[in-house]
Ligand binder design. Structure first.
Ligand code: MLT
Length: 302
């Protein structure tokens, strides 16, 4: 019987098989299989009895993959399993950046006891007026499972979608999503788009890719969305660009002290994949991968 440990809470629906067949151990050091969501495994001692790690999520930057490779520990992730959840939050982020829903909702909460609230609604309507995303240009950097879903959803909302991915040819991108109209280089996305959303992994080559010089190429009043990784953006440069009015809004799923509370920033606490459906999908995929490996020696990252 294999021993497993969850370093973070993982959906019970997905874990049912493990609970029936394997032994859940309290200390990850005793486990042969570890499931992890956001815990930073770089800070943990990696024992030789560990056979496999599965990340219930797409990014693996919280796992010491090189060390695991050296020790022969297989690392899985769950590509696409939470893409729908993230896609929906990206769309919500664009809508929040365009319509002052946050201001409007706060206004209603603050004025809810006022018996004359209906009379002042006209004034409030004016002060919370916004714009539409339909007809605007959206640039998607990274055309993986999330980027492609965002492309399709944004097209259905009437946006014109530009996509860029250094590893994907124009033909391949078209086969992924007919709605990506123009595959340009990243500079052209910077120059042409009203909204720019990033969906690339955190690598040495992508770290702080959105910095002062990238932002300087962008349109005035651009809206930038980051539901991928905080370190893809140079946050000091972003704050400066918001303060000098170059960037209209920065929608980020990473409420770091540098950005949280700064005017023009809409920050959420890494909620992209936090839906019941995404959590179940990730847990099920991670458990299937581990089971396939431990029981049959198969290494299949899907
Ligand atoms: C991911 O990499 O897919 C996300 O970080 C998942 C999560 O929210 O844990």
């Amino acid at each position: 019987m294999f021993k497993y440990n969850c370093l973070n809470p993982i959906s019970q629906v997905g874990l049912d098989y493990f609970d029936e067949k394997y032994e859940k151990v309290d200390d990850y050091k005793d486990a042969e299989a570890v499931l992890v969501r956001s815990a930073n495994m770089h800070e943990l001692e990696i024992k030789d009895n560990l056979l496999a790690v599965a990340r219930a999520g797409a990014g693996v930057n919280n796992i010491p993959s090189d060390l695991c490779a050296e020790k022969g520990i297989v690392v899985f992730n769950t590509p696409g399993a939470n893409a729908n959840g993230v896609k929906e939050l990206v769309i919500a982020g664009m809508l929040l950046a365009s319509r002052d829903l946050i201001g409007g909702i706060s206004w209603v909460n603050e004025n809810k006891e006022d018996p004359n609230i209906q009379k002042v609604v006209e004034k409030a309507k004016k002060s919370f007026a916004g714009g539409e995303i339909s007809g605007k240009k959206l640039g998607i950097i990274g055309l993986g499972a999330i980027g492609v879903r965002v492309a399709n959803a944004a097209t259905n909302l009437g946006m014109e979608v530009y996509g860029y991915d250094p590893y994907i040819s124009i033909d391949a991108a078209w086969s992924l999503s007919r709605s990506i109209k123009h595959i340009k280089n990243v500079e052209e996305i910077y120059k042409e788009c009203d909204f720019i959303t990033i969906h690339v992994p955190l690598l040495d080559s992508t770290k702080k890719m959105i910095d002062k010089s990238a932002i300087s190429l962008m349109k005035n009043d651009v809206v930038i969305l980051n539901f991928a990784r905080d370190l893809l953006v140079n946050e000091e440069d972003m704050v400066e660009a918001l303060k000098n009015g170059k960037v209209k809004k920065y929608v980020t799923d990473f409420p770091n002290p540098t950005v949280a509370g700064v005017e023009g920033i809409i920050a959420t606490p890494h909620l992209g994949a936090s839906t019941e459906e995404s959590e179940i999908n990730c847990a099920k995929m991670a458990v299937k991968q581990l089971k396939d490996y431990l029981e049959n020696g198969n290494i299949k990252n899907s």
